[in-house]
Design a protein around this ligand. Structure first.
Ligand code: PLP
Length: 355
């Protein structure tokens, strides 16, 4: 039996035919993009000419923001796609590589729900292969279930909602054996002590990394998702993305906030706050199991998730009930708040009653 996984990686075989054939929309800013030419009169995009800070279309290639990110992340600008949140860059992957009603993807529940939603939206079969009991990928099942129509495997590491990272050895096996795209979602990587996979995008041509400015960087409202991969993969995604997908206000504010470096101190504070909440959970009598966290949230098991969810709610604290996720029976997920908010959580944990 010839195993699909033994074929060499060939990006051209992964791209949908209609995507290969299409010509991208050419925006006014693509045809003339020297926006800094102060003495030019821009009458090419049917914009309102009166300055009000937002009357011009944004840079479709987000050049300035990419340069800042390239420095922070130590990658080449040509290896970055920026989207309107991670959700948009994830959707671009489906549109570029997955043929509706033909191709499939592999996801590893319990994990981020958006991969499955995007698979449905794009009419792509989602092969769900449960994580093991210690929340690690089951590599032999994954490789067995992959076939010639499996275009992508989604690895969320650190994983939402479990909070752990996946073992490096297991991820390496998948990267080496699977010749479709291996998408590692690192939305929470800044909260982990483990290294990002970002520095390996030059080593593995099937590796795609997704990160976000929504969590550690504190900019969820700006909707900025980042995708990193080889320049060849990036070129395909840049070709199909909506030209003005990242608005000018988001680009501008992100550049300012990234320059301030404030987020670096906040990440350290959130990590130490996480340990404080963790200790209070250990002492709390409704809690039966706590899962280690390399994120800004903690998953924990209680005597009865619905009952305890409402007990939190009645005390003014909204947590997430994850008890319907696979392997998450009776589990709640709590995000780490400010020190003051966590004080309230810790106080409440002393007083919560069993069901
Ligand atoms: C929060 C989160 C994201 C971020 O999504 P945005 O659209 O960038 O806000 C991505 N992946 C996972 C696993 C998340 O939990």
């Amino acid at each position: 039996m010839m195993r699909v996984t033994e074929k060499k990686f060939n990006l051209n075989l992964l791209i949908r035919d209609n995507i290969k054939a299409m010509r991208p929309y050419s925006s006014a800013r693509d045809e003339f993009n020297e926006l800094n030419s102060n003495n030019m009169i821009f009458l090419d995009a049917n914009e309102n000419p009166f300055e009000n800070d937002v009357n011009r279309y944004p840079d479709p290639h987000q050049k300035a923001l990419k340069e800042v990110l390239a420095t922070i992340k130590n990658v080449n600008s040509a290896s970055i796609v920026i989207g309107n949140g991670s959700d948009e860059v994830l959707d671009l992957l489906f549109r570029a590589f997955c043929e509706p009603n033909v191709d499939n993807i592999i996801t590893l529940p319990p994990t981020y729900g958006m991969y499955g939603v995007l698979a449905n939206l794009n009419a792509i079969e989602n092969k769900r292969i449960l994580l093991t009991d210690d929340f690690q990928p089951n590599v032999s099942s994954i490789l067995n279930r992959a076939n010639e129509h499996t275009k992508m495997i989604f690895l969320c590491s650190p994983n939402n909602p479990t909070g752990n990272t996946f073992s490096e050895t297991e991820i390496l096996k998948i990267l080496k054996e699977f010749k479709g795209l291996v998408v590692i979602d690192e939305a929470y990587i800044e909260f982990s002590e483990k290294p990002s996979w970002l520095k390996r995008i030059n080593e593995y041509e099937n590796l795609v990394i997704v990160q976000t400015l929504s969590k550690a960087y504190g900019m969820a409202g700006l909707r900025l998702g980042l995708l990193f991969a080889s320049p060849e993969i990036i070129a395909v995604l840049e070709k199909i993305k909506p030209p003005y997908n990242v608005n000018s206000i988001s680009q501008k504010i992100a550049i300012e906030k990234l320059a301030s470096m404030k987020y670096i101190y906040e990440i350290e504070e959130l990590k130490s706050e996480r340990e404080r909440v963790m200790k209070a959970l250990v002492r709390c009598k409704i809690v039966t199991e706590i899962f280690p966290s390399e994120t800004n949230f903690i998953l924990f098991r209680v005597d009865n998730a619905t009952f305890q969810y409402h007990q939190f709610l009645q005390n003014g604290i909204v947590v997430r009930n994850r008890s319907n996720d696979s392997l998450c029976r009776s589990c709640l997920r709590i995000t780490i708040g400010t020190p003051k908010e966590n004080d309230k959580v810790i106080e409440l944990l002393k007083n919560l009653k069993n069901v």
